[in-house]
Design a protein around this ligand. Structure first.
Ligand SMILES: [Zn+2]
Length: 414
């Protein structure tokens, strides 16, 4: 018989936790290392300790709570997510993964169930990347993608560094932030897309995460008066940008089934009604599960930017600022999640995540898997983010059973 968590206890914790930094419109505002994030962390540490977990904080503020196993020299099963939010973000993103993991510990405690391996619950620092870039900074540093000094040096828009702010809220811990021996990592998260809801399913067994490429780009034209300058004498940086926006649509239409592309930020100067745009800075984001598809899209957009500059007779710059390869999760962990969903008679399907997660980095250092629950309307990163509570509970039950399964594996079992 599969085990199940307490829906009421989990819900009560979820609601109390989301009182911290609650917004008028039903969301939460707890960006990384803010006062609200500090209060959320304090609450978490208190609850971890109440559940009998021994708490450690590492150099970049990742919080670990450990429940010992029968054999504590065996590597632990790590479960968790993050509790920082977007500015005016949703109540579910990250939170259900951390509080769901805590609920699993409470369920095992209540039942008096021990596991062979220790289980550790983690809350990663700065997953969202809205105040300090890049995102997934805590898990990225833990897995060796970034070093600690790089993390400390990140600045918010007011010039305050990640290191100073971490110190200020009291979460610059002692434990070295570095990869260590982990049996596996499991993360419960909202889908943040519409696939599960559209298919009428409750659980997503995540097989991997899209790879992506990011560009910073700019056009430099000339600012002239919008009245006296004839059309054929203009060098308009915004017209060139619009060509590139259109090109992103064309590239995604022909570049591969799952290829998605976005120009999400455009900064026009001087941005005045009667002046021809002189300079436009913009970003490009391409994603696919196939790294070759991302490569080809990146090559094509570089050409399109150069061509648009030539057509308009202006200068262009483009720089690739981030590239993350797609991640395929570990077959055995994915199967453990699928089996747990099966045992619970959950309506589940296998899918791939379009969004990056802490699990993407963890997959580099240990066998990893994820569980998705539906996002109503596919909406996330806004105050309207919503998941039916029954779906959250089903996801947590899948996490519980997959975690127990993995935590009882002895060396050589796998
Ligand atoms: Zn998240």
């Amino acid at each position: 018989m599969p085990r199940t968590i307490s829906s009421e206890r989990f819900r009560d914790r979820f609601d109390r936790f989301n009182d911290i930094g609650a917004t008028d419109r039903g969301g939460v505002n707890r960006p990384a290392l803010s006062d609200e994030n500090e209060r959320a962390r304090d609450t978490l540490v208190e609850w971890f300790e109440d559940a009998g977990l021994s708490v450690r904080v590492d150099e970049v503020g990742n919080i670990f709570g450990r429940r010992e196993g029968k054999k504590n020299d065996l590597s632990p099963v790590l479960i968790g997510s993050h509790v920082d939010s977007q500015y005016n973000g949703g109540r579910y993103d990250g939170v259900i993964g951390v509080l769901g993991s805590l609920e699993i510990i409470e369920t095992l405690n209540d039942a008096g169930v021990g596991t062979e391996r220790p289980i550790e619950v983690v809350s990663w620092s700065n997953e969202e990347g809205v105040r300090f870039q890049p995102d997934m900074l805590g898990s990225g540093t833990f897995t060796g993608k970034f070093d600690v000094e790089f993390a400390y040096s990140r600045k918010d828009k007011d010039g305050r560094t990640f290191g100073e702010e971490l110190e200020r809220i009291g979460y610059r811990g002692e434990e070295p932030c570095e990869p260590r021996d982990l049996h596996c990592y499991l993360e419960l998260h909202v889908e943040q897309g519409p696939k599960l809801e559209r298919a009428g399913l409750g659980v997503g067994v995540v097989e991997g995460v899209y790879g992506f490429v990011w560009f910073d780009a700019a056009f430099e034209g000339s600012a002239d008066h919008a009245g006296p300058t004839p059309m054929h004498l203009r060098h308009d940086a915004l017209v060139a940008t619009s060509d590139v926006i259109e090109a992103v649509r064309r590239i995604t239409g022909t570049g591969g089934d799952d290829l998605v592309g976005t120009i999400g930020s455009v900064d026009v100067s001087p941005n005045a009604i009667n002046v021809i745009p002189e300079r436009v800075e913009f970003t490009v984001d391409f994603r696919s599960y196939d790294d070759g598809t991302v490569d080809r899209a990146a090559d094509r957009i570089r050409e399109e930017i150069d061509h648009a500059a030539k057509r308009e007779g202006i200068g262009a710059e483009h720089e690739e600022i981030m590239r993350i390869e797609s991640q395929s999760f570990d077959d055995a962990v994915v199967d453990a999640v699928a089996d747990a969903a099966d045992d619970l008679d959950a309506d589940a399907t296998r899918l791939v995540s379009g969004a990056g997660h802490d699990a993407s980095y963890l997959n580099r250092v240990c066998p990893t898997g994820m569980i998705f629950v539906p996002s109503v309307g596919g909406v996330s990163h806004t105050e309207d983010e919503f998941t039916e509570w029954d779906d959250v509970v089903t996801g947590a039950n899948v996490l519980l059973n997959a975690t127990v399964e993995k935590a009882n594996e002895r060396p050589g079992d796998e």
